[in-house]
Structure formats: structure tokens, C-alpha cells
Design a protein around this ligand. Structure first.
Ligand code: CTP
Ligand code: CA
Length: 226
């Protein structure tokens, strides 16, 4: 039909994307964090919205703007990220692109820690954070039909991604080799490998927006095939 808009591949679907780092407070002025610009996760949220999905982006602290056409929920910590994700369920698709801090200080002191002049450093006790991807994959009642995780690796990328796919119980792992120049965190380009049960796709280096668009296309296909 002349002038008809192309069929949107995720029309009517609900999608959650996690993005950015988490900040885990040590005291009121200090935190533990991972490196993450949020660029890839935010681009995926924007691409899913462009494909017609109803998108909730749960973002840790980032310096980039909220994508247009997406419901963005701002959080600081992994615990808050998990709560915001659970709040957004049920969804058809979850994409966990956030670089969640694996551990948090076990108690946030109410006051700023002060040097005592002795040269001694404080002992930071850490406890493990909830695994958001794992809790979505293993959700008893509201498991999204497709759960996608990321894995940033510096060696044996495919092998580690396969192990992660299994351990996390997700449907797809987007693995990126952060030892390559293009994988350098905070950059605008990415080289990824899509690892599913019994298949690997190696994608050429491309911009993060292109990775996002292609990933959304692949995920839409997987949803149809499921
Ligand atoms: N992830 C998550 N919640 C966590 C830790 C990780 O949702 N507490 C998600 C990330 O968003 C990513 C995937 O799990 O999609 C893999 O994260 P990664 O750090 O590579 O895996 P870990 O299981 O934490 O293993 P490790 O850091 O030891 O390699
Ligand atoms: Ca980790």
C-alpha cells in the first residue's frame, strides 16, 4: 500500500532494559561502582521503542540523556535496580545491559568516614548484590519470554559467554570483547558475539546504535520463533 508504514517488529510488546552502572554507597560521599557509560543499553531501549515496543529503561547513574519515547526509571544501587525491574513486570522481553556492581559495602555508615591520622585504612566488608538477570531468568511466575544478558570479557569470550548463558538461564548472551580497542568502555562502537544455546553469531565492529537496531531485530525474530 502506498505510504503504509512498515510493520513494527515489536508492536504491542513490553520490554525492560537495564543500563548503566550501579553505585553502592560506602558512606554519604563515597561509592563502589563499575565502569559503564550506559550508551549500549540506552541505544537498545531507543531501538526497541522505535520498533514499536512499550519500553521501561531502568538506568543507573549515567551522564547521557534519557532516550525519547521510553519510560526511564533512575536508580542508584543494584537493590533499587532489582526493585524497579520487578515493578515493571510482566514483560515479553528483558535485556540486562547494566554493569551491576557484584558487591556492596555491608552497611552504609550514616556519617562520612574520617581519616584518624594513623595511616590505617578502613576495612570494607562487602556482601554480594542480587543478580537481576538471574532473578528474571528463574522467575517463578513472571519470567519474560525472552531474557537477554550481556557479558564483557577480556579473554576466551565465547567460552565464558556459553558458561554464563548456562549459569544465568537466559536465552541469549551478547558478549563483547573488551580487550579489543572497539570494546573500550565508554566508546561509541562495539564488537559483539551473539551466543545462544547451540549457536554463535560473530558481528562485525559497528556503532552501538547499529548493534542496538540489529539486536532488536534478532530478538523480535526469536520471539516469533519461540
Ligand atoms: N547482572 C545482573 N545483576 C548482577 C550481576 C550481573 O543483572 N548482580 C547481569 C548483567 O547485566 C549482564 C550479565 O548479568 O547482563 C552478566 O554480567 P557479568 O558481570 O558479566 O556476570 P557475572 O555473573 O556478574 O560474573 P562475573 O562478573 O564474575 O564475570
Ligand atoms: Ca559481574
Amino acid at each position: 500500500l502506498l505510504g503504509a508504514s512498515p510493520q513494527k517488529s515489536l508492536a504491542g510488546k513490553r520490554v525492560i532494559v537495564t543500563s548503566g552502572p550501579t553505585h553502592e554507597p560506602i558512606d554519604p560521599v563515597r561509592y563502589l561502582a563499575n565502569r559503564s557509560s550506559g550508551k549500549q543499553g540506552h541505544a537498545i531501549a531507543a531501538a526497541a521503542a522505535a520498533a514499536g515496543a512499550d519500553v521501561t529503561l531502568v538506568s543507573g547513574p549515567v551522564s547521557i540523556a534519557d532516550p525519547a519515547g521510553v519510560r526511564t526509571v533512575h536508580v542508584e544501587t543494584a537493590q533499587q535496580m532489582l526493585a524497579a525491574v520487578e515493578e515493571a513486570l510482566p514483560v515479553d522481553i528483558a535485556v540486562c545491559a547494566a554493569a551491576v556492581a557484584d558487591w556492596r559495602p555491608d552497611s552504609e555508615g550514616g556519617q562520612k568516614m574520617k581519616k584518624d591520622g594513623s595511616g590505617a585504612a578502613p576495612d570494607l566488608r562487602l556482601v554480594e548484590n542480587p543478580d537481576i538477570l538471574l532473578s528474571l531468568s528463574r522467575h517463578h511466575t513472571l519470567r519474560p519470554r525472552l531474557v537477554v544478558g550481556f557479558a564483557a570479557e577480556t579473554e576466551n569470550v565465547i567460552e565464558h559467554a556459553r558458561a554464563k548463558l548456562e549459569r544465568k538461564g537466559c536465552d541469549l548472551i551478547v558478549a563483547n570483547d573488551v580487550s579489543q580497542a572497539t570494546g573500550i568502555m565508554g566508546g561509541d562502537r562495539n564488537t559483539v558475539h551473539l551466543v545462544a544455546a547451540g549457536s554463535v553469531e560473530d558481528w562485525a565492529e559497528m556503532g552501538k546504535a547499529d548493534v542496538a537496531t540489529r539486536l532488536v531485530d534478532r530478538v523480535a525474530e526469536m520471539l516469533v520463533a519461540k
